[in-house]
Design a protein around this ligand. Structure first.
Ligand code: APR
Ligand code: ZN
Length: 230
């Protein structure tokens, strides 16, 4: 029984072939954050930003969930209590694996946003700065991604879930980016058992009651099997 809140990061999708951000040769070694992941970068050069997200959208549309995503979908289907995935990822692999209760705190590659009227619609594979909003017809469309300096989505809902969590699991995230990096402290404050499942210790590893290290496709299914057998 019990409520489980799971935070996932780029590491859970690494074995599906999608690059992480801060590992050797990761996305932030190839691109400057200020150019491709800030509102200022987008207003300076929208085509550059669209090219960055068009490439990631194309890659994500071809990617398939791995055993870690599938194990979390199994946990949601079979666990008696509530299972919520709060993902920092924008790749849609949790849904593709069958998870239903997923909060995308950093947005989604397959969604577009109009910054004039806040309308959202399924993003075309290739977005361009000349695209117009299907609702208000303004040429003010952008990827529905939360950039640095912007407020992540659903923070109230996430804080509420953390305050009621019996177990908080962090998977495949370096613990470098707030507010997600502080979720373990919030969950711990409310008495949750906290678990880190990661390839190697994240910068927040010492804040967890339990840590297991290894590739997500190994450590996540093992942990889910044990959790379901409790
Ligand atoms: N299995 C498990 N963990 C892995 C694997 C793997 N196969 N490969 C890498 N990892 C771990 C790394 O050890 C690292 O701790 O995944 C983590 C990836 O960290 P980051 O690249 O920093 O990605 P993430 O934590 O998701 O970044 C958070 O930063 O740039 C922003 O918005 C972006 O959502 C992103 C946020
Ligand atoms: Zn609009």
């Amino acid at each position: 029984m019990g409520n489980i809140v799971i935070l996932t990061g780029a590491g859970i999708s690494a074995e599906s072939g999608l690059g992480t951000f801060r590992d050797e040769g990761g996305l932030w070694a190839q691109h400057r954050i200020e150019d491709v992941a800030t509102p200022e970068g987008f207003s300076r050069d929208p085509e550059l930003v669209h090219r960055f997200y068009n490439a990631r959208r194309a890659q994500a549309s071809e990617a398939t969930p791995n055993a870690a995503h599938e194990a979390l979908a199994r946990l949601e289907a079979e666990h008696k209590g509530n299972v919520l995935i709060v993902t920092q990822n924008v790749d849609g692999l949790h849904q593709k694996a069958g998870s239903k209760n997923v909060t995308h705190m950093h947005g989604q590659l397959d969604q577009a946003l109009c910054h004039s009227c806040e309308h959202r619609w399924p993003a075309p594979l290739v977005m361009r700065k000349t695209d117009t909003c299907p609702n208000c017809a303004s040429p003010t469309t952008r990827p529905d991604i939360v950039w640095f300096g912007e407020i992540p989505y659903q923070m109230e809902k996430i804080s509420e879930a953390l305050s009621k969590a019996d177990v908080f699991v962090s998977i495949g995230t370096s613990g470098e980016v707030y507010p997600a990096a502080n979720f373990v402290a919030e969950a711990d404050y409310f008495g949750a058992h906290t678990v880190e499942l990661n390839l190697e210790p994240s910068s927040g590893a010492s804040r967890f009651s339990e840590c297991r290290f290894g590739p997500a496709t190994q450590v996540v299914p093992d942990w889910v099997t044990e959790e379901l057998a409790r």
